[in-house]
Design a binder for this molecule. Structure first.
Ligand SMILES: C[S@@+](CC[C@H](N)C(=O)[O-])C[C@H]1O[C@@H](n2cnc3c(N)ncnc32)[C@H](O)[C@@H]1O
Length: 205
C-alpha cells in the first residue's frame, strides 16, 4: 500500500487501454499518484512522465548514508526531474521517498569524479548548491537549461571536489542563526528555482 487515500475497485465497464492495470481496476488504487494516473500500470506512468521530463538532473553526495535522499527523490519526482544521481554509498533510506523512487530514474556513481565525467558526456552544466564562501545567491543566479544541481550532505556539505567541478556554487539566502538548512529542503528550493526559470508552467498538473 502506497498511501492511505485512493480509489476503490473501478466500476464496470472498465476503461480500455494497455496502460490500465487489471489488478488495480479490480482491487482499487491506493497509490500516492495524481488522479490522471489512477489505475495505470507503473511502467505506463514512468513512460508518460518520460515524455515531458525536464533537462534538470539532481545529484546528492551520499558518503555517510544521508536520510534526506528520500525527500530529494520525492521532490524530484514532483518536478519531473530527469534523473536523481546518488554519489558514494549505494544504500540510502527510502522511507522519505514515499515510493516515488519507483517512478523516478535513479543512477549511482561511486565517486564525484565519475559523476562529473558523466555530466560532461551528457552536455550538462554542473551547479553546486551550498552556502560556502564565494557562492553566488541562488535568488538572482541564472541557472543553465541543461543543468545538474549537486547537493552535499548533513555535516560536511558539498565536497571540495564537487565544487571544483561545478561552474558555480549557489547559496540560498538565510537570515536566522542556523548555519544551514536541511539538505532536502535546500534541494526543494533549488529545484523550484530552476522550474521558475525553465519549466513550461502550462504543462503542470
Ligand atoms: C546541512 S548542509 C551542510 C553543511 C553546511 N555547509 C554547514 O556549513 O554546516 C547540507 C547540504 O544542504 C544544502 N544547503 C543547506 N543550506 C543551504 C543554503 N543556505 N544554501 C545552499 N545550500 C544549502 C547544501 O547542498 C549542503 O551541502
Amino acid at each position: 500500500m502506497e498511501g492511505r487515500h485512493g480509489v476503490g475497485p473501478h466500476p464496470q465497464p472498465w476503461p480500455q487501454g494497455e496502460h490500465f492495470d487489471p489488478e488495480l481496476l479490480e482491487h482499487g488504487d491506493t497509490r500516492n499518484v495524481v488522479d490522471a494516473y489512477r489505475y495505470w500500470k507503473r511502467e505506463a506512468v514512468v513512460a508518460d512522465i518520460d515524455t515531458r521530463r525536464h533537462s534538470l538532473h539532481i545529484a546528492i553526495e551520499n558518503f555517510e548514508n544521508d536520510s534526506n535522499i528520500g525527500t530529494v527523490v520525492r521532490t524530484a519526482n514532483a518536478f519531473a526531474v530527469n534523473t536523481v544521481h546518488i554519489v558514494g554509498r549505494r544504500r540510502w533510506n527510502r522511507r522519505g521517498a514515499m515510493v516515488t523512487d519507483r517512478y523516478q530514474h535513479l543512477l549511482h556513481h561511486d565517486t564525484v569524479e565519475q559523476l562529473l565525467e558523466w555530466a560532461h558526456t551528457q552536455g550538462l552544466t554542473v551547479v553546486a548548491i551550498d552556502n560556502t564562501p564565494g557562492s553566488v545567491p541562488l535568488e538572482t543566479a541564472q541557472l543553465p537549461q541543461d543543468c545538474l544541481l549537486l547537493f552535499g550532505q548533513e555535516g560536511p556539505g558539498v565536497s571540495e571536489q564537487a565544487q571544483q567541478g561545478a561552474v558555480m556554487t549557489c547559496s540560498i539566502a538565510q537570515f536566522g542563526s542556523t548555519r544551514s538548512i536541511n539538505a532536502g529542503v535546500a534541494a526543494g528550493i533549488a529545484m523550484h528555482a530552476w522550474i521558475r526559470q525553465h519549466a513550461d508552467l502550462s504543462r503542470a498538473w
